[in-house]
Design a protein around this ligand. Structure first.
Ligand code: ATP
Ligand code: MG
Length: 705
């Protein structure tokens, strides 16, 4: 079903190295190790098209693992243009989203209920805190013990690297004084609590997925036989558990991985550069390809990038340099500014000049930085200059309190035993803390059992109200009525099954058909998984609208000074909800958006052209005609912490990633002076700049745009 007239011209649209990879046999382990902008992602896209159009596989035979869901969507849209198959027909996404899919469908084999709820990082931390408080009530009052956030990091690092907690502590958290046995205890109690409440945190989506494949040979065999090829982008940033999962699924050798060891920037999340360096040892029959030509950047930008590469401590086998396929333009420019404010002003002026020149629009321009705080001065200057921008770092859209408040109401209406969501709602009520909330929930459960009624219908029951402190009772009734009306809307909305044209193996609708919500309040939602009648398709939208109005509107006004701006966010949430027609997909997608460190938050869909502001980590895999990298000074980039730790190599790779995002123009700036605790300090230019031959860039000149 090739839709493009005349078929796909694989030879014409790829260079010979890329073509060799695309046309390699499906069953041979294939690794592409190539520099930034050499077309690795493009090669994977064409490989999928090849598997379908030349080798006759169907979309269901292919598993595509990428770093962000957005990257997967972009690739699949491109594949659709080439082959005609819809993105929804493939299994493509991040490890977490594919893990979610496996567990929804097959989790029952290891005792995971398919209607589990995904906890985001904040919720997981909250749960961990509760667990510690009940197991070791004095734990947090001892200042030598780690806070909940750090505890979560330790547990998470251990799980991602598959190390024991004592080993993870020794290797990355050696300054923590708490005995490791105590942290092991806490981790076990946290685990127990999650299973008891049918929660999965982000790491569970990987560790339980691994357990499923390891413990259930039938399941493994099924998917091993099913996937004709498993394609992995950004392979250099996979961690231990991810590589183990891939190796299990791909043990017939049906893997195509692409990556660049010089772009490994996630070791703090357990990324294991050895996964790529030892690929051949793990897959002795592997073919390893290099692609030297770079299609993204001008020769001047590539010379600059090569200078960064040459300073790296690379494995000799994999030493590479980038060869330009494009014609030349300007050299990169380095701007020296007085301080953060003048740096911001200078960047804003340059952006205006570039756009006024008529060659570029705002959206062609990105400003990258090492850490989010560096964007503050710039944002102000952009506002002064009336330059529209979208910031894709800092608190992500779905992590904002008001967005979470609204989602919590929907989640609670879906599952009235969801303690975390309930706590989020009752925090607005006077005199209701965690203990009272627990009592109310326990009562609700008891009443539902005793009376054989759905719990939502009992929210205004007298016996339940007796558990609510008198001061909060009136408001509670209003909140309860609102939640109950969400429950009414839910009855008219499809519950939640992955939508896919996936033909069922048994013919009886297995794979994607899972009952997302099994509690009795939602019994009548199970009748269908797709929109049953017209008008139901906007269910998630309708729920968001209802949750934003009513009681919550008033609560917002009295809780948040900037409530008007927050209302605008909720309008965006409303718009986002319109993209889904069942609640399961809507809630899963929100949770999974938050699992992506490198992901962009939900973008406003108003079509206005905006400059992009983001951290270098978030710019992974992206490209822009014009790129600014700000804050290239010692102590900022490389960060002070990396300098103090005596290991700046990952920061150097990050600088390489930043510079190689640029297609036509690369502008690097640094402030000479920084304010530290009210004191002015001189800053040196970044050592990464100092390591580069000054003839490879222009300094602080009139940019001539
Ligand atoms: P990164 O390491 O940053 O992820 P990459 O290796 O994945 O980069 P791509 O993003 O796939 O590189 O490609 C970089 C740019 O070069 C894209 O705009 C892509 O369309 C273009 N490109 C790649 N190969 C070719 C080719 N053979 N002909 C024309 N354009 C190409
Ligand atoms: Mg790429």
């Amino acid at each position: 079903m090739i839709v493009r007239a005349g078929g796909i011209d694989f030879v014409g649209e790829l260079n010979s190295d890329q073509y060799s990879v695309v046309s390699a046999p499906a069953n041979r382990p294939t690794l592409v190790l190539a520099g930034a902008g050499s077309g690795k992602t493009r090669t994977l896209t064409y490989r999928v098209a090849w598997l379908i159009s030349e080798l006759g596989f169907s979309p269901r035979d292919i598993l595509l693992l990428t770093f962000t869901n957005k990257a997967a969507r972009q690739m699949l849209e491109r594949i659709q243009a080439l082959t005609g198959f819809l993105p929804s027909e493939f299994w493509g996404g991040t490890f977490h989203s594919i893990g979610n899919r496996f567990l929804r469908i097959e989790g029952k084999n290891i005792g995971i209920e398919p209607n589990f709820e995904i906890l985001d990082a904040e919720d997981s931390e909250g749960l961990l805190k509760n667990v510690v408080n009940s197991e070791y009530p004095k734990f947090f009052s001892d200042k030598n013990n780690p806070r909940a956030g750090l505890l979560y990091d330790v547990i998470s690092y251990a799980r991602n690297t598959m190390l024991s907690i004592p080993s993870a502590m020794a290797c990355r958290f050696s300054w923590i004084e708490t005995p490791s046995a105590q942290i092991v205890d806490i981790a076990n109690a946290y685990e127990f609590e999650k299973r008891k409440r049918n929660y999965c945190d982000f790491d569970d989506l990987l560790t339980l997925w691994f357990k499923l494949l390891k413990d259930c040979p039938d399941v493994l065999q099924k998917y091993n036989a099913r996937f004709a090829n498993i394609l992995v982008d950004e392979y250099q940033d996979t961690n231990k558990i991810q590589s183990e999962i891939i190796d299990l699924l791909a043990h017939r050798g049906q893997i195509t991985a692409v990556g660049d060891d010089a772009q490994c920037i996630y070791s703090w999340r357990g990324a294991e550069i050895d996964n790529i360096l030892e690929f051949r040892e793990r897959h002795p029959s592997a073919s390893i390809y290099k692609i030297e030509r770079n299609y993204r950047s001008t020769p001047q930008i590539l010379k600059f990038a090569n200078a960064i590469l040459s300073q790296m401590d690379c494995d000799v086998d994999y030493k590479k340099s980038l060869v330009a396929a494009r014609a030349g333009m300007n050299k990169p420019v380095v701007i020296r500014a007085m301080d953060g404010i003048s740096q911001g002003r200078r960047v804003a002026e340059c952006i205006s000049a570039i756009v006024d020149s008529g060659q570029y629009r705002y959206e062609d321009i990105a400003v990258l930085y090492r850490s989010h705080f560096q964007a503050m001065d710039l944002q102000l200057q952009l506002q002064y200059g009336k330059i529209p921008f979208a910031i894709t770092s800092g608190l992500k859209f779905f992590e904002q309190a008001h967005v979470k408040d609204v989602i919590a109401q929907i989640r609670f209406a879906v599952n009235p035993y969801d303690k975390i969501s309930f706590l989020r709602i009752v925090k607005f009520l006077p005199k209701v803390g965690e203990k009272t909330a627990d009592k109310i929930l326990a009562k609700l459960e008891e009443l539902a059992e005793k009376r054989g009624k759905p719990p939502l219908s009992l929210l205004c029951d007298k016996e339940l109200l007796s558990k609510v402190p008198a001061a909060a009772r009136d408001t509670f009734k209003i909140v309860a009525a609102d939640i109950m009306s969400l429950g009414e809307i839910l009855k008219t909305v499809p519950s939640g099954a992955y939508k896919s044209s996936e033909p069922s193996e048994s013919g009886a609708g297995d794979a994607f058909q899972y009952d997302l919500f099994s509690n009795d309040a939602l019994e009548n939602l199970h009748s269908g998984t797709e929109s049953k009648e017209s008008g139901l398709a906007n269910g998630p939208k309708e729920l968001v609208r209802a949750a934003c109005t009513g009681w919550y509107k008033g609560a917002m006004k009295s809780s948040y000074e900037d409530w008007e701006e927050r209302v605008e966010d909720l309008d965006s949430l409303f718009e986002y909800a319109g993209r889904f027609d069942n609640i399961g997909e809507f809630l899963d997608n929100i949770a999974l958006e938050m699992s992506e460190t490198g992901s962009k938050p939900f973008e406003p869909g108003d079509g206005i052209s905006r400059v992009r502001l983001m951290t270098v980590h978030q710019a992974k895999g992206l490209e822009f005609p014009v790129v600014f990298v700000i804050g290239a000074a010692e102590g900022l980039f490389p960060s002070k912490r990396s300098i103090d730790d005596g290991d700046v190599e990952e920061e150097r790779r990050l600088f390489y990633v930043a510079s190689t995002r640029a297609m036509n123009h690369l502008i690097i700036s640094y402030p000479r002076v920084a304010v530290n605790n009210g004191v002015y300090e001189m800053r040196e230019p970044s050592r990464f700049l100092q390591d580069i031959d000054p003839s490879l860039y222009d300094s602080d000149i009139d940019l001539g745009y």
